[in-house]
Design a protein around this ligand. Structure first.
Ligand code: UTP
Length: 480
């Protein structure tokens, strides 16, 4: 089809959907610009957009929140006594068997824009470790490689990118020789983009030939896995457990045997890790049960009196914080991502400052939110899952994200949390490292994920390491 023929086909569709202004500058565009515009709008789902505008821009979206009969979600706590320990050991055994059998894949969502960190490049290339400054991707790659080695298996790694960062992400992997992994065991999946609209539901134009598009949220990862054919590929490879984590969290044990074991033992379609909230109003989602369904209620939605509510012993009633760590059953994702099913994830509205060109063709950089973007959240899969399982994870062993350039959840706090974790691992393995009252060691050292991928692994590895190096500033424990 020629450019003109494509335009003549698409323009009426956009006009009919009330979005004809996307072609406002058509006559003034150069031919390459015209082609570019056609390229950008041709895959747009105008029906989906119309429905989103109807609900979230014209209507009052998901504003009608009702917290009647909200209960805290039950979870499997960390082991306290002998019985618990046996239960966790059994889960670890079952999970380990599944890993060894090649049934488990790692899945990192890395399609976000990382605006808060303000780093130029895919977030996964951000350096995080205290001594060697390994990037987030390098840390995950090494944990995956070590886990595969430990269980004498192959672990495929799926990564969600978006059109905005896919090329740069793939280039980073190539430039770093796939961080030591086999190229054919790494799979990039590009998530969908959704147009951003103004307060009247009209698609905003970044420039005369570029509609403003944003990734469809981490919840979009599930349909992207299906649409890209990744779930089909997983099926061929015999993978049925998908270990989901975010790109900004280097503490994550990418593949956690106990977590996988509990997921399998519970015949769960979607399992989650909770960490106890650090304080009542901590800005995390809350695992709850509503009308018999497990849900995550965001801190911004849960009334403060419920966030602060305590039990008789003074502990928080809604204590289970969501930290975006899940195990998914592959068939469940296939069901969710199937276009015919009614159980797709809902979209949410976020008001954002979105630069745009006005009717006169001038670029405007708004200083307050002028537009709406639409995102799906992965935890909205929970109420759709059969037998959801939630287990407790120790925060220090699971979660310290790099979100902001400074302050909470910044490179500095993440580095300190890695140091605390390394010191704790040492202590558990019988070697004391002097720490302050927050657990921060007095020396800066690093444990390579190639040496040990998690605490259990470290204890075994450290005991085997002879002679043991002294733990002092700058020491890096590599695999020998
Ligand atoms: P965040 O909610 O922290 O968003 O994403 P972000 O885009 O990384 O950062 P800000 O808000 O712009 O500062 C949590 C995780 O979900 C992924 C991110 O890459 C991160 O791993 N994500 C988010 C996606 O993969 N796609 C999206 O559309 C949004």
């Amino acid at each position: 089809m020629t450019t003109t023929e494509r335009y003549e086909k698409l323009y009426p569709e956009f006009e009919q959907a009330g979005q004809g202004h996307v072609f406002r500058y058509w006559e003034e565009l150069t031919e390459p610009e015209q082609k570019q515009l056609l390229e950008r709008v041709s895959g747009m789902d105008l029906d989906e957009l119309a429905a989103l505008v109807q609900v979230h821009v014209r209507g009052n979206g998901d504003a009608k929140k009702n917290f009647d009969k909200l209960e805290p979600a039950p979870y499997i706590a960390l082991p306290q006594g002998e019985e618990d320990t046996k239960r966790w050991e059994e889960a670890t055994r079952v999970g380990s068997e599944a890993i060894r059998a090649g049934r488990v894949a790692a899945f990192t969502v890395a399609g976000g824009q990382g605006t808060r960190l303000g780093y130029d490049g895919p977030k996964g290339t951000f350096p995080v470790t205290p001594i060697t400054g390994k990037s987030l991707f390098q840390v995950f790659a090494e944990k995956i490689a070590r886990t595969a080695e430990r269980f004498d298996t192959r672990i495929h790694w799926f990564l969600l990118t978006s059109e905005i960062n896919n090329d740069a992400t793939m280039a980073a992997f190539k430039d770093n020789n796939y961080f030591g992994l086999k190229k054919d065991e790494i799979h990039f999946i590009v998530q969908g983009l959704v147009p951003a609209v103004d307060v009247n539901g009209k698609i905003l134009m970044e420039d005369r030939s570029t509609p403003a598009m944003t990734p469809d949220g981490h919840g979009g990862s599930l349909r992207a896995l299906v649409r890209s054919g990744a779930t089909g590929h997983m099926k061929e490879l015999g993978i049925d457990c998908i270990s989901y984590f975010q790109v900004d969290n280097p503490l994550i044990p990418c593949i956690d045997p106990a977590f996988i074991g509990f997921h399998l033992l519970g015949k769960s379609e979607c399992s989650s890790k909770m960490v106890p909230k650090a304080y009542a109003l901590e800005k995390v989602g809350h695992f709850c049960v509503q009308n018999g369904k497990t849900v995550v209620i965001e801190y911004s939605d849960l009334p403060e009196h419920l966030q602060e509510q305590t039990l008789e012993d003074g502990s928080l009633r809604f204590v289970a914080g969501s930290v975006a760590i899940h195990v998914f059953d592959r068939a469940f994702i296939e069901r969710l991502g199937d276009a015919e099913t009614s159980s797709t994830l809902p979209f949410h509205r976020a008001n954002k400052k979105i630069p745009f060109v006005d009717e006169q063709g001038n670029r405007v950089e708004p200083d307050s939110p002028n537009g709406v973007k639409f995102e799906m959240f992965v935890f909205d899969a929970l109420p759709l899952a059969r037998n959801p399982v939630i287990i407790e994870g120790a925060r220090g062993e699971n979660f310290s994200p790099v979100k902001n350039a400074e302050g909470v959840d910044s490179p500095k706090t993440c580095k300190q949390d890695q140091l605390r974790m390394f010191a704790r691992w040492m202590k558990k393995a019988g070697t004391d490292v002097a720490c302050d009252e927050s657990g921060l060691p007095g020396v800066e050292f690093e444990i390579s994920p190639r040496f040990a991928a998690d605490l259990d692994d470290f204890v075994v590895q450290w005991r085997k390491r002879e002679p043991k190096p002294g733990i002092e500033d700058g020491v890096v424990l590599e695999n020998s």
